[in-house]
Ligand binder design. Structure first.
Ligand code: PLP
Length: 439
């Protein structure tokens, strides 16, 4: 099949996420290796978003491909009530890698299922019902996760199940809680404590946060926020659940993003990087006290694919590849280099407003004038963003543009040279958005 035949068949017979089918322009991908994607007609793109911020080790890692073949020969599926070598090895490995007493795991197929089950665990363990989360967040597309989610993808899915309360992030879209991190943390947590009082501390089971906010802005928490938040939630017996579906597995230059702070969350949800998306797998990690509760109390949850042996085997190989190849360290090493590339773009291009990155988790915000008006408003678009994205694709770079910003989330195996090559393409593309500022 050539590109067009493939696109036509996919559009005719399938629906695409978060899109009207008539408007979707799918990328024709037939092969991928390292940081590169290939199309059927000889196209090649740098994958500057690791697909869905998830192929952390890069595409087609030979050791993981080898492990997939081996796992297929050994044990592909066993029912969730069984003990398997892969389930035993993966859970033991994760317990060793996660800090503190995060020693017990419930395996799912993806991120939303991990969050869904973390909601159940929190409610069953605390005996409380309400769940707090933040407006600038995405937690998955299942029913409860849509209500956890703060961003506009929630709107069309309302009304949903009750009991979900949204609060402001430390970084609201259009104003600030203060001028420096200490002030922002203090003001945001004062406001949060007031919300807890209004909602009733005895009714709130947990608060979910993306440790580093992903699609809603690549926003690392202000210094001291995680420590302050954990202490505040502890005061009221509210569990802290860190959703590390996107930020986990080396993306931020640490294995888990919360490891940039001093806290141990009560639960950690993971997926994407756990298998680098080679096969579907998610997990909820929980602390010993929570796990112990379920020694005598039934966990009222289950999945046909819980602890899927094939997926667990692939996760073991993926984690080995990530660690053995030093990719977490590579993400940390390249953090200042990515920042330099971004700063150079800002110096040169009037349409670059701000930029930020932690590890290889980055975003550049564009403006349409010199006083900082976003190129596109919250949940809005601008024709120049479409043109900018089109230019990137035509010149060999795939990434996500969202509203007035674009993502910089390459696989963690990227080299200095490949990073420079990527930013050179972006540099050219920004001439399109600069024209908007020029008027
Ligand atoms: C932070 C976060 N949580 C949860 C999810 C949902 O994961 P999945 O799409 O695997 O269900 C995502 C997906 O992008 C995510 O970024």
């Amino acid at each position: 099949m050539n590109s067009q035949d493939m696109i036509d068949a996919c559009k005719k017979h399938t629906l695409f996420s978060w899109s009207a089918r008539g408007k979707v322009v799918p990328m024709p991908i037939t092969r991928a290796e390292g940081i590169y994607l290939y199309g059927p007609d000889g196209e090649r793109w740098i994958d500057f978003n690791s697909q869905l911020m998830s192929v952390n080790i890069g595409h087609s890692h030979p050791k993981v491909v080898g492990a997939i073949k081996k796992a297929a020969d050994e044990l592909i599926y066993a029912f969730p009530g069984s003990a398997t070598p892969a389930r035993a090895e993966l859970s033991t490995k994760l317990a060793g890698l996660l800090p503190g007493d995060l020693n017990t795991f419930f395996f799912t197929l993806g991120g939303a299922e991990a969050n869904e089950n973390a909601i159940k665990l929190a409610r069953l363990y605390t005996g409380k019902f309400k769940i707090l989360s933040r407006y600038r967040s995405y937690h998955g597309a299942t029913n409860a996760c849509m209500q956890l989610t703060g961003d506009p993808r929630r709107w069309a899915n309302e009304p949903g199940s009750p009991g979900f309360v949204k609060v402001m992030d430390p970084w609201p879209y259009n104003y600030s809680f203060g001028d420096n991190d200490a002030e922002i943390v203090k003001n945001n947590l004062t406001y949060l404590e007031e919300v807890i009082q209004y909602e009733g501390p005895d009714t709130i089971a947990a608060m979910f946060i993306e440790t580093v906010t992903g699609t809603n802005g690549i926003l690392p928490p202000p210094v001291g926020y995680l420590e302050g938040l954990k202490a505040l939630l502890d005061k009221y017996g509210i569990l802290l659940v860190c959703d590390e579906v996107m930020a986990g597995f080396g993306r931020t230059g640490k294995l888990f993003a919360f490891q940039h702070s001093d806290i141990v969350p009560d639960m950690v949800c993971m997926a994407k990087g756990l298998t680098s998306s080679y096969v579907p797998l998610g997990a909820v990690a929980m602390r010993d006290d929570i796990a112990k509760h379920f020694d005598d109390n039934v966990f009222w949850g289950g999945l046909t694919y819980n602890a899927h042996p094939f997926s667990c085997a692939v996760a073991i190989a993926t984690i080995d590849a990530l660690l053995d190849d030093g990719m977490v360290e590579n993400a940390a090493r390249l953090e200042p280099i990515m920042r330099q590339h971004m700063a150079a773009l800002k110096t040169k291009h009037p349409s670059v407003k701000t930029h930020r990155n932690i590890g290889l988790f980055g975003m550049v915000d564009l403006q349409k004038d010199t006083v900082g008006t976003p190129m596109a408003p919250y949940n809005g678009s601008h024709p120049a963003m479409g043109e900018f994205n089109q230019f990137l694709k035509e010149n060999g770079l795939f990434t996500f543009c969202r509203w007035g910003s674009f993502m910089c989330n390459p696989p963690l195996c990227i080299t200095d040279e490949q990073l420079a090559e990527s930013f050179a393409i972006i540099d050219k593309a920004l001439e399109i958005t600069d024209k908007v500022v020029a008027g």
